[in-house]
Each structure stands twice: as C-alpha cells, then as structure tokens.
Design a protein around this ligand. Structure first.
Ligand code: BES
Ligand code: ZN
Length: 618
C-alpha cells in the first residue's frame, strides 16, 4: 500500500473548487498562461531559505483579463514588477490572500497593461512543504548541509510563485548561487564536470508542468553508469549507488525500443538522504531516489524502471489534473513491468505484479466507492479519504488487460502512437479515451467492448474477469506459509534461503494481520529478520512484530523509523504502534527523536496518525 500524506494526494480529492479545470490551483490559465520561467535564486543554508526572483513570461489569452493569479504557499514577497519589451521595470499592485490549508495563498497581481513578463522578488520560508533542509549532522558524510525539493503534487508553490497546475507547461532557465563546494542540481541537463564554484546555470528547453520543477544542493559526488546516465549522491554513497543502478542504460534502451526515442537527453539519478519522503520522483533528466533501494543485489531497481518510464507516461504525456493521475502512474507501472520483464525476466515482473495486485485486492473493498475509480469524480470524495493504490495498480491492471486482449504487437504500437500523439501535452482521462477508441478498441473489433473500458475507468472495484499472472514460486510460499501457521512445518524448514526480496515481501504480506507471538518469535530465531538491512522487509517484519506483541523488536523498529523518512516505509510502523497505549507512548518517544530529521510532509503525516489515535481514544 502506497502512502501519501494528506497534503500531497488525499487533499486532491477535496470538494473545494478553486478553479473549474483544476480544483487544486487558483491559477486561471484560460485568461493568461505562463510559458517560460526564469529563476534566479540563492541557496541560503543558514536561514533555510531560497531567495531571489522568479520571472514569468506570459501569453495573454483573454484580451480583457485584468490580473495574473498565481499559487503560493508561505512565500515572503518583497515586490512584483512588470517587464516590458525594453526591459523597463514597472511596480505592480498585488494582494496575497489568507492561506488555505491545502491550497496555500492565492496571489492576485494587477496587470491591466498585459506585460510580456512579470518578476516576483521573494524568499521561501524555512517550513516550505516542498523543501527539506538538512544540517551537516543529518547527512551521511556529515560535512556539508543538504537541501532538496519535492514538488509533486502541489508543493512547487512553496518554493516558486507560479501556476501550480499540471495543465500548464513551461520551459525554464535558472541561475542558482550556493556556497563554495556545494553542488546544485535541477530537473534539467546537469553537467557532471561543473566546478563547485557557487554558480550554477540550468536550461530546461522542453515544456514541463510545475510538479516536475526540482532542485537539490549539497555535498554531491557523481559517477557515470553509461553514455547518458550517471548517479549523483553523497561521496560515501555514490559507488554503492553506481553499482546498484548499473543497468540504467539497458533500461533506457529497452524503453526506447518499445516506445520510441528517449527525448530528454540525459537520464541521471540523484540518491538522496534517507529522509526523502518517497521512493522515487521522476524529475526530468534527474530522477530523485531514496537510498532505501540500495540493498546491494539490485532487487529493488524496478524503482528506476518506474521513474524512467515516466519519461514517456507522465513527463511527455501528462495528466491534466490530479484526478487524472492514473494516466501517469497506471501507465508507468505497466511500462515498469515491461522493462523489468525485458531485463530481469518474466518471473520477477510477475512477482511484482502479483505483490501489488494482492495489496489492491485486499484494500479496495474498504475504500469509499469514488476512491475505487481510476477517474474519480473530484467532488464526490471527503477530505479524509487517503489515496491508495488504485491509480497505480488498477491502472496498470487495465493496461495489462488491454495488452492481453489486443496482443503485444498491437498494444505496443498503440501505446507508442499515444505517446507520440500527445507528446508534451497535458491531457484528461477523456482525451485518452478519445484516442483509445479509434486507435485500439474500434480498430480491432470484437476484442473488448466500450462498456468494459468504461467499467475499468469509471467503475468501482476490479472487473470480475480481470486476470493475473501465475507465479509458481509464490504458490509454493503460500503452501509453506499455510503449513507453518498450522504448525506442520517449522520456521527453520521454510525453504526461505533462496527467497529474493519480493518473495520475502510476499510471505510477510500474506501472514495474518495479527500473527501469534510464538510464530513470530520462531520466524525471527530462524531467519534473523530483526535488524535486516532491507527496509522493504524490515517495514513488513516490524509491522507484524509490533501487532503481534513482540516488544523485543521495538528498539530495532525505532532505529528504522528514526533513520528512514520515506512515508511508505515508516508510517505503517507508527500506525502499528499507536494501536496500544504503551505502543503509542513509545512511538511518541521515537518521533521526538526523529522529528528534526523528517521532511515536513513526514512530520505532518506522523502527527496526523497521533491525532487520529488520540481522537479514537487509543
Ligand atoms: N510520481 C511518483 C511519486 C509521487 C506521487 C510523489 C504522488 C508525490 C505524489 C513516483 O513516480 C512514484 O510513483 N514513486 C513510487 C515508487 C514506485 C516504484 C512505485 C514511490 O515513491 O514509492
Ligand atoms: Zn510514479
């Protein structure tokens, strides 16, 4: 189960309507559109702020438009000027509305003269939800501070004033100053040989949506992994990362063979400190990734396949609003599976498919009906409904179903055509369906009815005849697990020596929610799960051990939770702890130690878990 904090995606389903086309942005791109951004910022580690200016080039769509409306969150605005053709600056009047908890502050700039561009001079606040600032002590190498952004979904507005909607695409330039010896990278082409002289320039010539705007700065080393790929990471991490991600070029070549040329030039990966709140983020030219996938055996590198796949599904063809996000994540999860299959074999790809499909099957029935839909009605869901695996796993299941019905050849050609047709555009679910109908469904009649397509996209649950791959190895695990729980097989006799990461994940996922304590202790004695260096296994193991009352694992669980800020690997353990009063008290102590090292999103998400537990009287 993927976990998203309320501010990221849960809030995306709020019934608030800021603007009809995208309820999560105040911007009115039908009046005036930002076409280019020029950033000029200084990275000020001492004050935990970015300060400088953002200059927006504008296309005036409505001749009668009187203002430019932008999204902001906790920005300190010093002044705003209009820039005419001659470069002459004229001060503009503006007003910043009181903040909305989810959307931030609407910035209305009075622009009766329709200037060609507008410059906003501003600084971010230390608590910016789209940035994390780490002190040297909070980094792996302890020498220099570190800063990184995470803009998706609606956090770009906390570090740049802009039209923060995926429906708006713009090119960008940036000039970033930073202390000596610090490397700055962005979601644009990065130069591995750039001197660390405090002055960096970037140019992203392709129009991108705001959620793909990204920056990081710190003690960052570089190591090449191929002709157009490298890893960036703190010096003590970079070799390990280069080894783990050594197949990157093969992945790019595989995706190109399927869907056409990689259009972004380079594909680099920045490995962040473990507080990075997600597994990966598909920032153009420079994927941001968690170090928790560096397990030494390449078993979790489908994360790279996933983020790379977004270079087609997401970055090239983008969901126009957050309600359409399955177009990004569902198609990407499908493509990820294809890359994994080509490089590591069908058995592994099928295991990964089954792991996520089983999780979806387990969870979907308990979701509110609207949240079970690939394309939900944005007005129909309450604020507390957290986002789930539907976009990823129901979305990719739909794609696999299309592949099955139409055959690989026809479906591959269709998908390649789809990416080319909508390249560098932001589209709605309905535009995708408008292309699907003539180019696949009606082109090969009798394979899939339109009613079936609609039930996948707009229906609840999972269509009855949806099929899944077989995995003989998972079947064996199911049998052994049953025997182990029944007491006819000892923990030591489980055939687990050869289990890969996915097989351990599957075994642990399928154990009962509350597994008897003696069984847990037998497992740990035989397989030494406590203290595992593999955080995917650790998260699952500690969840079971906490739920089953095995207090001996608490210190190791605490170490995992303090070290790792990735939401998906840490929140389940807080949730397991708060189920009992003693557990809650312990989790509060853990949080007190961990908080300073957590990303603002992780802090908010953990606090929400405590608040909910308190309310429930736990
Ligand atoms: N684009 C997402 C991350 C994201 C989604 C951030 C929504 C904020 C809001 C990224 O491509 C992703 O899906 N990452 C996954 C890893 C993947 C292997 C499923 C993650 O972070 O767990
Ligand atoms: Zn993704």
């Amino acid at each position: 189960m993927r976990l998203f904090p309320a501010l990221a995606l849960g809030a995306l389903l709020l019934p608030l309507v800021a603007h009809a086309a995208d309820p999560h942005s105040y911007a009115q791109p039908d009046q005036v559109r930002v076409t280019h951004l020029d950033l000029d910022l200084n990275v000020d580690f001492a004050h935990k702020r970015l300060e400088g200016s953002a200059t927006l080039e504008l296309d005036w769509e409505n001749p009668r438009a009187a203002s430019l409306i932008l999204d902001t969150r906790e920005l300190k605005i010093a002044r705003i000027v209009a820039l005419g053709g001659t470069g002459k600056a004229t001060p503009l009047k503006y007003s910043l509305a009181p903040p909305d908890k989810t959307l931030g502050s609407k910035l209305t700039i009075s622009t009766p003269m329709h200037p060609a561009s507008v410059r906003i001079v501003y600084a971010t606040s230390p608590g910016a939800t789209g940035l994390q600032w780490l002190s040297p002590a909070q980094t792996a190498d302890k020498k220099r501070p570190f800063m990184f952004s995470q803009s998706e979904s609606i956090h770009a507005r906390s570090w740049v004033p802009l039209q923060d909607s995926p429906a708006v695409r713009f090119t960008y330039d940036a000039h970033i100053s930073a202390p000596q010896d610090i490397r700055v990278v962005m979601s644009a082409i990065n130069d591995a040989k750039h001197p660390l002289n405090g002055n960096f320039s970037f140019d992203q010539p392709h129009p991108i949506p705001s959620y793909l705007l990204a920056i990081a700065a710190g003690d960052i080393a570089v190591k090449e992994t191929g002709p157009r790929s490298a890893v960036y990471a703190e010096p003590s991490v970079v070799d390990k990362a280069a080894h783990e991600f050594e197949d990157t070029e093969k992945m790019i070549a595989t995706a190109e063979k399927l869907y056409g040329p990689y259009r972004w030039g380079r594909y680099d990966i920045l490995v962040l400190p473990p507080s990075f709140p997600y597994g990966g983020m598909e920032n153009p030219d420079m994927t941001f990734a968690t170090p928790t996938v560096l397990v030494g055996d390449k078993s979790l590198v489908s994360l790279v396949a996933h983020e790379l796949a977004h270079s087609w599904s997401g970055n090239l063809v983008t969901a126009a609003s957050w309600r359409d996000i399955w177009l990004n994540e569902g198609i990407t999860t499908y493509v990820q599976g294809r890359i994994t299959e080509a490089l590591y074999g069908k058995a592994l790809a099928d295991e990964e498919t089954l792991l996520s499909a089983r999780a979806l099957q387990k969870g979907i029935a308990d979701m509110p009906p609207n949240a079970q839909k690939l394309a939900p009605d944005p007005r129909g869901v309450g604020a507390d409904d957290s986002l789930s695996d539907v976009a990823y796993d129901k979305g990719s299941w739909f794609m696999r179903t299309l592949e099955q019905r139409f055959g690989r050849r026809a479906f591959d050609a269709y998908l390649k055509g789809y990416f080319n047709h909508f390249a560098f555009q932001s589209i709605t679910t309905e535009q995708m369906l408008g292309y699907l109908k003539p180019h696949l469904i009606e082109k090969y009649p009798g394979k899939m009815s339109w009613a079936e397509v609609k039930s996948w996209v707009y229906g609840t649950g999972i269509p009855k005849d949806a099929s899944l791959p077989d995995s003989p190895r998972f079947d064996t695990i199911d049998r052994e697990s049953k025997d182990f729980l029944a007491g006819t097989l000892t923990a030591g006799s489980l055939d687990a020596k050869g289990w890969n990461t996915q097989e351990w994940m599957y075994f642990l996922d399928r154990l009962p929610d509350v597994t008897p304590l003696d069984k847990l202790q037998q497992l740990d004695a035989a397989w030494h799960l406590t203290g595992t260096p593999n955080a995917e296994i650790g998260m699952r193991w500690y969840s079971h051990a906490i739920a089953g009352g095995d207090t001996s694992v608490w210190p190791a669980a605490a170490e995992h939770m303090i070290r790792i800020g990735r939401l998906y690997l840490t929140l389940p353990l807080y949730k397991a702890f708060v189920k009992t009063p003693q557990g809650r008290a312990y989790a509060e102590q853990i949080y007190a130690k961990a908080k300073a090292g957590y990303h603002p999103l992780t802090q908010q998400a953990v606090q929400a878990i405590f608040a909910k537990a308190k309310k429930a009287g736990q």
